[in-house]
Design a protein around this ligand. Structure first.
Ligand SMILES: [Ca+2]
Ligand SMILES: [Ca+2]
Ligand SMILES: [Ca+2]
Length: 603
C-alpha cells in the first residue's frame, strides 16, 4: 500500500491527475502522531489553518499548494482544486477566523505572486492539460476577483510536470519554472516528448500585449521552487530529480538547488545531480550549489526577511516535501555566501522546523513570510485519501520566534518621506499585536504622536507635527503598547528638496467612490449623460507620490486634493457621456501605474 502511494505521488511527478484516480485510502490516524511536530530551539508554532477552520482543507486533494501575502499583510492561499482563499485572523489571536473566497476555477495553482501594484498573478494547470498564467484583479474592492485575464496560455504541462511557482524579478519581468514532460527524457503514452519550453526557467513581460516566453535556463527537470536573493538580486531554484522511490535498483539522482545563470544548462536529461566529468551529457552543464538525497523533493525556496529574522536574516529557507531514511520533511535553513562574479555557496544549518510527517508523500509545499510581523507560514499538502476527512494533513503553520507573540510589530510607513519645512503629515502603518491605547512614538524627538485607528484592519495612523519636519533629518518611529512594550522601528525621512519619487514604489488602489457636493452623498453608479459638475471621484490606496495622477480611461483628472493615500478628482462630462465601465488607475510621476478599479456608467 505504501509503495503504491509513493510511486503514484511524487512532486517529481507532481500533481499529475492520474495519481488521484489511482490513489488509495490510507486510514492512518494522523492527528495524534502529527502532534510531534517540533520547531527548532527558540521557535514556536501553531497551526494557523487546518481542516477544523478551513472547510476546503477537510477533504482529499483539497489542501493548500501555494501562498502569498498582499501588501496589507493578508494571506492568500491557492488550493489544489483551484480556489484562491483569503485566510484572515481578524481577532489577532494568531489563528484564522474567517475564510474569504477570492477566486475559483483555477486548477492546480502552484504559484501565487503579487505584483507591486497589487495585481495577483497565478500559475494554473488544466488537469492533464496545458498550463497558464492568469492575472486576478478585484476592481470593486469586495475581496472577490472580478477580472481574470489570461497572460500566457498553452504552456507545455500535459506530461509529468507543471507550470510551477512564479516570481517578479528585480527587472520587473515575471519568471516561472516549467517542468519536464517526461520522467527522465523518454516519452511514454501519457508523456509527450519534451518541447522547447519544457524543463526550463522562463520569463515574460506582463505589460506586453502578447507576452512571449523567453528561455532563461534549460535542463531543469522540475524547477518547483524559486526565489530572488534580496541581497544580490540573483535567482535560485530547486530542481526535483527523476525516478521513483521504492523501486528496486534505484539509481535516482540527487535533488538540487541551483543558482540560475542566464543561458546556462543544468543537465536534464542525462546529467541530473552533480555533473560527472566523463559523461557526455554533462559537457558544459552547470552543477547545483546544494544537493539532497534522491527523492527528498525540495519544494519552495524563501529568503528569511522581516523583523524576526535576526541572526538568520536573508538566509535561505527550503521546504523538503518528503521524509526519506530519517531525513527531510522539514523547513531547512542555509546560509548563502558569494556573489554573482565569483559564484555562490550554500552552507546547511540547523532546520527551522520538523513537520513529523506521518503519511507517505505528505509534506510542506510552500512558505511565505508575513511582511508585517515576520512570522513564517508553511503550507502542508496531503495527497492521500484518508477514510476520515478530518485526518487530512492540510495545515498552514505559523512559525515564529519564541515569545514574539507578546511583541507588537509594525510594517513600513506610508508615506516614508516628506520635504523639510512641510506642514504636519499623517503617516499610516499596518500593525500586529497592538493593544487598545497603543501610540506611535517618535523615538528621535522622544514624543508620543497623536494616534488613531486607520480604515484598514490593524492600521494605525499618526500625525507628525510641523515642528519635527523643519529640517532635513531621519525620524525613527515605533509603536508602544500601554504596557510599555515597543515594536520594531521604522524610519521616516525629512528631505531637503521634494523627496525624490521613489522609483521602487508602485501605487496601489484599494477603493473608489463618487460623491456630489458632500462626501456622504455617494453614488454607486451614474447614468450616461449626467452633468459632471459637482461630482468628484475619490480613490484611496497607498504609495501615491507627490506627482501622482488620477487616470480615468487613461486621461488624468484635475485634482481637488492629493495625499499619499487619497486623490480627489473632478469628473468630466466626456467621462459620463456614454454607458460603459470607467477604468480608474493612479500613475505616479515615475510612470509606475497602479492596479485598476472600475466604475459603471449605466444607460
Ligand atoms: Ca483569529
Ligand atoms: Ca470584486
Ligand atoms: Ca542539474
Amino acid at each position: 500500500m505504501l509503495q503504491v502511494s509513493r510511486s503514484a505521488f511524487s512532486l517529481s511527478g507532481v500533481l499529475v491527475l492520474s495519481f488521484i484516480l489511482t490513489s488509495i485510502t490510507f486510514p492512518v490516524s494522523g492527528i495524534a502522531q502529527a502532534d510531534k511536530e517540533s520547531p527548532a530551539p527558540g521557535f514556536e508554532f501553531v497551526r494557523f489553518a487546518d481542516p477544523t477552520n478551513v472547510p476546503e482543507f477537510a477533504t482529499a486533494f483539497s489542501g493548500p499548494v501555494a501562498m502569498a501575502f498582499d501588501s496589507r499583510g493578508r494571506l492568500f492561499v491557492g488550493t489544489y482544486p483551484g480556489k484562491i482563499l483569503i485566510l484572515l485572523d481578524n481577532d489577532g489571536n494568531g489563528k484564522i477566523d474567517q475564510v474569504k473566497t477570492f477566486a475559483t476555477g483555477l486548477t492546480i495553482p502552484l504559484g501565487l505572486e503579487f505584483r507591486a501594484n497589487g495585481d495577483l498573478y497565478i500559475t494554473t494547470n488544466r488537469l492533464q492539460g496545458t498550463g497558464r498564467i492568469v492575472r486576478l484583479r478585484d476592481t470593486n474592492g469586495d475581496d472577490v476577483a472580478d477580472e481574470i485575464t489570461t497572460i500566457i496560455d498553452d504552456l507545455p504541462s500535459q506530461g509529468d510536470h507543471q507550470t510551477n511557482k512564479l516570481k517578479f524579478g528585480p527587472d520587473g519581468l515575471l519568471y516561472f519554472g516549467q517542468g519536464s514532460s517526461t520522467d527522465a527524457g523518454t516519452p511514454t503514452g501519457s508523456q509527450p516528448p519534451e518541447g522547447p519550453l519544457n524543463a526550463a526557467i522562463l520569463r515574460i513581460d506582463v505589460d506586453s500585449p502578447n507576452p512571449q516566453p523567453e528561455v532563461i535556463a534549460r535542463g531543469l527537470r522540475n524547477p518547483f521552487g524559486m526565489a530572488f536573493d534580496p541581497v544580490s538580486g540573483q535567482l535560485f531554484t530547486t530542481d526535483i530529480g527523476s525516478g521513483e522511490a521504492g523501486v528496486l535498483d534505484d539509481h535516482a539522482p540527487f535533488e538540487e538547488i541551483n543558482w540560475i545563470v542566464n543561458g546556462a544548462r543544468y543537465g536534464f536529461p542525462g546529467c541530473e545531480g552533480i555533473p560527472v566529468a566523463d559523461v557526455p551529457a554533462c559537457a558544459g552543464v552547470r552543477g547545483p550549489i546544494a544537493t539532497f538525497i534522491p527523492h527528498l523533493t525540495p519544494t519552495a525556496i524563501t529568503f528569511y526577511t522581516g523583523p524576526q529574522a535576526g541572526d538568520f536574516k536573508n538566509q535561505m529557507l527550503v521546504t523538503i516535501f518528503k521524509h526519506v531514511a530519517g531525513i527531510g520533511g522539514d523547513l531547512e535553513r542555509f546560509a548563502l555566501s558569494g556573489n554573482a562574479t565569483t559564484g555562490f555557496q550554500l552552507t546547511k544549518l540547523s532546520p527551522i522546523m520538523d513537520f513529523s510527517l506521518v503519511d507517505p508523500n505528505d509534506g510542506p509545499v510552500d512558505t511565505a513570510i508575513d511582511p508585517i510581523s515576520g512570522d513564517i507560514y508553511t503550507a502542508r499538502f496531503d495527497p492521500v485519501k484518508h477514510a476520515d476527512d478530518n485526518e487530512h494533513h492540510h495545515f498552514i503553520y505559523r512559525i515564529h520566534r519564541a515569545g514574539s507573540d507578546a511583541l507588537p510589530f509594525i510594517g513600513p510607513l506610508r508615506p516614508a518621506a516628506i520635504k523639510a519645512g512641510s506642514a504636519g503629515v499623517t503617516v499610516s502603518l499596518i500593525t500586529r499585536h497592538v493593544k487598545p491605547g497603543a501610540v506611535v512614538f517618535d523615538v528621535t524627538d522622544n514624543i508620543s504622536l497623536s494616534t488613531r485607528l486607520g480604515p484598514a484592519a490593524f492600521e494605525l495612523v499618526a500625525d507628525l507635527p510641523a515642528n519635527v519636519l523643519a529640517t532635513e533629518r531621519t525620524i525613527t518611529l515605533e509603536v508602544r503598547n500601554p504596557d510599555g512594550i515597543a515594536s520594531n522601528q521604522q524610519t521616516f525621512a525629512v528631505t531637503k528638496g521634494d523627496p525624490g519619487p521613489d522609483p521602487d514604489k508602485t501605487p496601489q488602489l484599494v477603493s473608489r467612490f463618487v460623491y456630489k457636493k458632500k462626501r456622504a452623498n455617494v453614488f454607486d453608479q451614474l447614468s450616461a449623460g449626467t452633468k459632471a459638475k459637482k461630482y468628484r471621484l475619490v480613490v484611496t490606496g497607498i504609495d501615491f507620490d507627490s506627482g501622482a495622477q488620477l487616470l480615468v480611461n487613461n486621461v488624468p483628472l484635475d485634482l481637488d486634493s492629493a495625499s499619499s493615500t487619497e486623490l480627489v478628482g473632478r469628473m468630466t462630462n466626456s467621462m459620463l457621456a456614454a454607458p460603459g465601465e470607467l477604468t480608474i488607475q493612479v500613475r505616479n510621476s515615475t510612470g509606475k501605474v497602479s492596479n485598476t478599479l472600475k466604475y459603471t456608467i449605466s444607460p
